[in-house]
Design a protein around this ligand. Sequence first.
Ligand SMILES: *[C@@H]1O[C@H](CO)[C@@H](O)[C@H](O)[C@H]1NC(C)=O
Ligand SMILES: *[C@@H]1O[C@H](CO)[C@@H](O)[C@H](O)[C@H]1NC(C)=O
Ligand SMILES: *[C@@H]1O[C@H](CO)[C@@H](O)[C@H](O)[C@H]1NC(C)=O
Ligand SMILES: *[C@@H]1O[C@H](CO)[C@@H](O)[C@H](O)[C@H]1NC(C)=O
Ligand SMILES: *[C@@H]1O[C@H](CO)[C@@H](O)[C@H](O)[C@H]1NC(C)=O
Ligand SMILES: *[C@@H]1O[C@H](CO)[C@@H](O)[C@H](O)[C@H]1NC(C)=O
Ligand SMILES: *[C@@H]1O[C@H](CO)[C@@H](O)[C@H](O)[C@H]1NC(C)=O
Length: 885
Amino acid sequence: MGVGRALLRCLVSLWLMINVTVATANFFKPFNVSYDHRALIIDGSRRMLISAGIHYPRATPEMWPGLIAKSKEGGADVIQTYVFWNAHEPVRGQYYFEGRYDLIKFVKLVGSSGLYLHLRIGPYVCAEWNFGSNLLSPYTFKGFPVWLRDVPGIEFRTENVAFKAEMERFVKKIVELMREEMLFSWQGGPIIMLQVIENEYGDVESSYGQGGKEYVQWAAQMALGLGAGVPWVMCKQSDAPENIINACNGYYCDGFKPNAYGKPVLWTEDWDGWYTTWGGRLPHRPAEDLAFAVARFFQRTRKGLTHLDKLPAWFQYFGGTNFNRTSGGPFYITSYDYDAPIDEYGLLSEPKWGHLKDLHAAIKLCESALVAADSPRYIKLGPKQEAHVYQVDIDSEGLNLTQFGNQSRCSAFLANIDVRKAATVTFLGQTYHLPPWSVSILPDCRNTAFNTAKFIVPKEESYISKSWMTIKEPIGIWSENSFTVQGILEHLNVTKDRSDYLWYTTRIYVSDDDISYWEEKEVKPMLTIDSMRDVLRVFINGQLIGSVIGHWVKVVQPVHFLQGYNDLLLLSETVGLQNYGAFFEKDGAGFRGQIKLTGFRNGDIDLSKSSWTYQVGLQGEFLNIYTTKDDEKAGWSDLMAEAIPATFTWYKTYFSAPDGTDPVALDLGSMGKGQAWVNGHHIGRYWTLVASRDGCQRICDYRGPYNSNKCTTNCGKPTQTRYHIPRSWLKASDNLLVLFEETGGNPFNISIKLHSVGIICGQVSESHYPPLWKWSQSDIVDGTVYINNTAPELHLRCDDKQVIASIEFASYGTPQGSCQKFSEGDCHSPSSLSVVSEACLGRKSCSVGISNTVFMGDPCRGIVKTLVVQARCVSLSNDLGAFRL
Ligand SMILES: *[C@@H]1O[C@H](CO)[C@@H](O)[C@H](O)[C@H]1NC(C)=O
Ligand SMILES: *[C@@H]1O[C@H](CO)[C@@H](O)[C@H](O)[C@H]1NC(C)=O
Ligand SMILES: *[C@@H]1O[C@H](CO)[C@@H](O)[C@H](O)[C@H]1NC(C)=O
Ligand SMILES: *[C@@H]1O[C@H](CO)[C@@H](O)[C@H](O)[C@H]1NC(C)=O
Ligand SMILES: *[C@@H]1O[C@H](CO)[C@@H](O)[C@H](O)[C@H]1NC(C)=O
Ligand SMILES: *[C@@H]1O[C@H](CO)[C@@H](O)[C@H](O)[C@H]1NC(C)=O
Ligand SMILES: *[C@@H]1O[C@H](CO)[C@@H](O)[C@H](O)[C@H]1NC(C)=O
């Protein structure tokens, strides 16, 4: 009920806001945002806010409302996003704010849902995004547009006149756009905070010497000078100037102190998962450890500074997909799922989402105590156990309950930082069992009434098509746009990132003497390159003879030549541009150092100064043969199952969308490496590079500090085989799928998979005592608390447009095991199944009370009972006939 009531209160105030909205035709009544040493101050009140990261271009506009709603339901007050410069300014001075880059629409959706927004302009954003920023466009570097490299005299991210001018122009553009659209809080909009310079600059600042320091000062003055009227943040910036809040990013931020008194504690990125690379394992951060980290953040204080009010922000709350070629690098995969609470497809990822929702609710219930109490009282409970109590009146007897009417009902955090052992402690006369590496928020949040686990069960696959067409991509030069120069040009200088691919071709003369020299001496000629990234494919006379994958690695490739002239082709490929580090704009791509042929009779041949012909991109890319408009430009022919061409081939087919609304994925596990488009939308790069066999853990132990090598899965399997096709990109039938395949694969085995919630599980135990937070003013009569016997409840909920079709397991008693492996224990109520079925079958969601009354009697006296349920959800549209409502 406590939670229910808190939610109710929140809904009431939301309703008031909406009313106001109607009156002013905006989202909120205009309010100011400021801060002090304790908190952000929203409209005059110190607030403790929870923020959820959603990067708008990593989803479609059709997905945005659902993602925002799920964030809000999960307890977020704020949505945070970066702004992606390269996409918004693909060509210098030409701005783009449409489709997935419709920033204004996104901000307005956040506002209309009653949430605030933290806009992180950067403009360098890192974000595992191509070129790290906003500067370099489809032509990008982690967010930097690639054209930025070509601005004369430019040096990124430091005291450099050209760079500062470009940066200021873009930051100003965004701030002005937001102001024109009335999106700042003081205009009644949702934006309460901004971020500049840029992102985690503190990590690289020292590489820039004095220039770096001056750049930080300049950025602060530039930002403050824009008159945006809301606070600015720099993250990981321990020398943040006055009037700029420096914030923490990391797995844990409980030890973080702002760099000056008068700034609140903000945690701008709480890494709830991690990203991965092609050939990497899939990282998972356990929900228990996340909850521990956040609870510790709220729990701990530093001497002299009370960090009571904080903004922890989930990075990412939704990760999404790196559509097009927006993945950063080197080698970041197309999926940006991030193991976030909302998965790549927009479905809740359980148990993480539910666990964090509980955590947010518990913390929210502490808000009044946390902002009221000046500093918590510290109580040592054991060698590695401690309590922090936020309560004005505590005496040795315990809490003065009459306070509870209008003081906080939630006041203490009990931590057990022992990474191995559980502990039993006594706190204010009560006994508590603390699991290892845990924080209990009191009143209790261990016996939560909402602890549902859901499992995504992909529906059976269907092969996408029996009928495919194909066309070969020319090997080497295919257009009149090729050009010839002496020497080796840097890859990005030539491609401007318009394509991943750049052909370098030259001609080698091999004499009879060379051939006989190789035969006599049994030597083999070699191609050597001092250094290259990301992928190199070597062709001689049109035949692929070798490939190299790596990040600035040396190449030593045996080659075979015929007598006479031989065509040597080097195909250099980028797989996500650098997006992190100092001077990354100078990292470039392609080759560095010398390119030589060794083992020739007259000594090595230095090819670095030879005449080379350059060709950017693939013919198919430049003819747009993946679009419904232009695909007929190519001379497609039918593909025969017996004779599938291996390398450098385009494939196309048409397919029908699966019925229903479940998210759709393309399974490309039968293919090699390439890119895919559906109805002209670029769904991203694909690659079936396999992760190493070692390094995965059989059991994920959440205890102890997390790092991205802990709790990984997917060893020995391709890192990514499923690729999200947003529903809004599909029509009922005749969807055009086009693939470019480099290394070979079988398109006949490409399948469509539905990503849907199949099984849901829930587990809730009887409370040992009524949690304190269930008490309210109305329970206090003449100074005495009357606690009504409100039992905890188990809630089950299927995803949107689904209902509960069957109860596969239910036991009230002492059941054992975990989801999909439950079994009855010694104690089991015979009415378990019928009670749960009665309450849940045919419904989208249901609640079952955890009490003997509900289950018609006590199955085992004196033992704490648990209710466990496993149910199956089905989509209404597909499977309605399977059962009666
Ligand atoms: C916000 O602050 C400004 C400057 O102090 C003030 O003029 C304005 O009235 C305030 N707005 C609100 C809604 O409080
Ligand atoms: C993404 O891909 C689509 C389709 O290929 C293309 O039209 C669009 O320009 C690309 N956008 C960006 C930002 O690269
Ligand atoms: C509890 O607090 C109230 C209000 O501060 C006070 O009047 C009352 O005496 C306290 N009761 C006890 C048992 O300390
Ligand atoms: C607490 O509640 C009492 C009775 O409802 C009220 O008289 C008092 O003003 C409240 N105190 C505070 C600090 O809100
Ligand atoms: C790229 O081109 C610019 C001039 O256009 C040149 O200054 C720079 O050295 C080139 N970079 C490399 C790595 O060749
Ligand atoms: C497709 O995959 C299935 C199962 O992996 C395999 O048995 C079959 O041979 C494959 N078909 C083709 C045409 O490669
Ligand atoms: C608890 O029970 C009392 C008496 O039956 C009732 O007046 C009160 O409203 C109940 N409180 C809650 C929170 O349900």
